[in-house]
Design a protein around this ligand. Structure first.
Ligand SMILES: [Mg+2]
Length: 373
């Protein structure tokens, strides 16, 4: 079935994270923004995707509106493997990790939504999975840079039913304060590539007896796989992968002995098919996969389906914040820290049009046969 239109739009959702909001890439982060991608086929069927994201949205939207969207018009929506090869090859000179791949990732998610709707199957079944019930969330606390606020929000997330907590704090004292507040709930530490390898090794040495479930992206820059491996040698499980390019980015991490847990991100890495390849690669090397998913739209819902189909010990990353409303409720909200996987065809979670209309910001851009250059 031919693709006839690609549409991009943004919603901005007011949120509360239990403390002052941080900056994101130097910009104030007042609202949670989601870049939505809608793909239509000639029979009128519609699929939804989400492309990365947050402060990168203006660049990703421009990449889709000007380059990636026009490339999709007239293509066979069911040929996902072929399109990933052809489109990503067409784009590779523009960067193997960045706006263009993020843009394609959002479109690819929409193609899977369409494929599931056409097959009348929820995505996780299309991927060969079965219903295993709701998925435990791990509460991914945003950066407070404040031990007391980190501990307070740890306690709140644990009280709401989350069975795992991840901090975005940079100090051992924050880890200890959070662990005290968490009781039996395991704590992870994500420092977003904050440290040079020598500093990261010193931090790992100081944290080694603290029982962290994992230490995430301790090393700057993220492509320094030998530096990361040198931190892993201290014995704390190391996770990384949200900033690498595609399957071969993970091969490089694994070949260097740098990670225990791989964290591919569906809205960044090239979409669902690329995620599945990374699961296969990691399985062959005895590496766990725990996807990166700080999302509240189709990116999050696609991640739920992938986890349901492929992850052995299931756990989904959920940013710890409360939104005023979300067009993808109830799927993005959870209940006592558990997240149901939609049973409807495809992603099984089309957005609520009235919520979309209420929170939409900026232009809706529609690429179709008429404006294809
Ligand atoms: Mg992270």
């Amino acid at each position: 079935m031919k693709i006839t239109a690609v549409e991009t739009s943004v919603v901005a959702l007011p949120f509360d994270m239990g403390g002052p909001k941080p900056a994101f890439a130097g910009r104030p982060w007042d609202n949670l923004e989601i870049l939505l991608v809608k793909v239509e086929t000639e029979d009128g069927l519609v699929g939804w995707g989400e492309a990365f994201g947050h402060a990168a949205i203006p660049a990703t939207k421009a990449a889709i509106d000007t380059i990636v969207g026009p490339l999709m018009i007239g293509r066979d929506a069911g040929d996902i493997q072929g399109l990933s090869r052809t489109i990503l090859h067409s784009l590779h000179l523009l960067g193997r990790n960045g706006s263009f791949v993020y843009g394609y990732s959002g479109i690819e998610i929409a193609l899977w939504d369409l494929a599931g709707k056409r097959a009348n199957q929820p995505l996780y079944r299309l991927l060969g999975g079965r219903d295993r019930g709701p998925i435990p969330g791990y509460a991914s606390l945003l950066a407070y840079n404040d031990d007391a606020l980190a501990a307070k929000n740890t306690a709140a997330a644990s009280a709401r039913g989350y069975r795992f907590i991840k901090l975005h704090e940079l100090t051992r004292s924050a880890v200890l304060a959070s662990q005290k507040a968490a009781g039996d709930v395991p704590v992870m530490m994500d420092v977003n590539c904050a440290w040079s390898p020598p500093v990261a090794r010193a931090m790992a040495a100081s944290l080694v007896d603290d029982g962290l479930m994992w230490l995430e992206e301790p090393v700057w820059p993220p492509e320094d796989v030998e530096g990361l491996a040198s931190v892993r040698a201290y014995g704390i499980p190391i996770s990384a992968g949200e900033n690498v390019a595609g399957l071969f980015g993970f091969k490089t991490l694994i070949d260097a002995g740098a990670i225990d847990i791989a964290q591919p991100s569906v809205t960044k890495i090239g979409g669902i098919a690329e995620m599945l390849k990374i699961f296969d690669l990691c399985e062959a090397h005895g590496i766990e996969v725990c996807p990166h998913s700080p999302y509240f739209g189709p990116g999050f819902i696609a991640t739920l389906h992938i986890i349901q189909a492929r992850m052995e010990k299931r756990m989904v990353e959920v940013l710890w914040l409360d939104m005023e409303a979300n067009p993808f409720d109830p799927w993005v909200k959870g209940d006592k820290g558990l997240f149901a996987v939609p049973e409807g065809p495809g992603l099984g979670a089309d957005p609520d049009p009235s919520v979309l209309a209420r929170y939409r910001v900026g232009d809706v851009t529609r690429i179709d046969g008429r404006n294809r250059s």
